[in-house]
Design a protein around this ligand. Sequence first.
Ligand SMILES: O=C(O)CCC(=O)C(=O)O
Ligand SMILES: [Fe+2]
Length: 305
Amino acid sequence: MWSILTSTKSFEDRWIAHAGLNERGLHVWRMRTAARLARLRAAQWRVPADPDTRRLAEDGFVVVPDFLAPDDFAAVAREARAAVARSEAETPIESNEVRGFCPRKTASWGFDRFDGGTLNRFVRIARQDSPALHAFARNRRLSALTRAHLGARIPPSAVSLYLTVNGDEARNPDDQRVLHRDTFFSTIKFWYFIDPVGPDDGPFVFVPRSHRLTPERLAWEQMRALRASAASKHGIIGTEGAFRIDETELASMKLGAPLPVTVPGNALVMADTLGFHRRGDSVPGTRRLALYGSVRPWPFGPVGR
Ligand SMILES: O=C(O)CCC(=O)C(=O)O
Ligand SMILES: [Fe+2]
């Protein structure tokens, strides 16, 4: 029963999926309570509002071009490319035929994980080889933005180099290219893109303002929670709790079209993944190189961190 007060989102959990409780609004209660607590945590930090914190609050995502000063950007880009090259010397990039989300394959430099045919390579930041990357993981601006939004900072250990190598959808589809929201409460992910991301490179795609708990959104969530709880009773899979959404449903929530977030190099993209998003379409073999981090605080925690 305590799972109700944790970050558990899976409707494979018998309490999360409890039909009677969900009819009485359990899922929506969890969403509203988590949103209230995020506001309570954020208020403790008193981060002064500025155009970027406002964008994140209003639209659910923000793009900050020229995030680093030119010299810092040059050092970060150099170290990032060197670290990726070292990983490739040890572990060449291969293709994958196994379907769905695949397990991590660890290596001395970090780990690979395939989503269908798309490779996610996470390279750990080593202070001695990559002092500029190490400093980036401690960037105060990143923490200020996440604290303003949900009252928690990104721990430096949760920042890594992240290379995405886009797969061939026709051969082995990538589940992250289907529009979805990650979980029932606000979490933040960021990508600091080192190289430009164009429309063919699988840009992050986000539905502006879709992180808001409007009456229409909560009605949709309630409908989906009832559906997921019924499905779990019948032992049907696909109840993992990261609800997917068809683009045609967005209009009923007064939401616009998904927006591919194409960016130049040296740009920060930060998003609340309670909003609907996906990984964009791409030409197979194209790459995205970023510093990446995420923060997923305890949704019912009252204390800012
Ligand atoms: O890689 C991306 O652009 C987004 C993938 C995604 O859905 C996520 O990281 O939650
Ligand atoms: Fe996602």
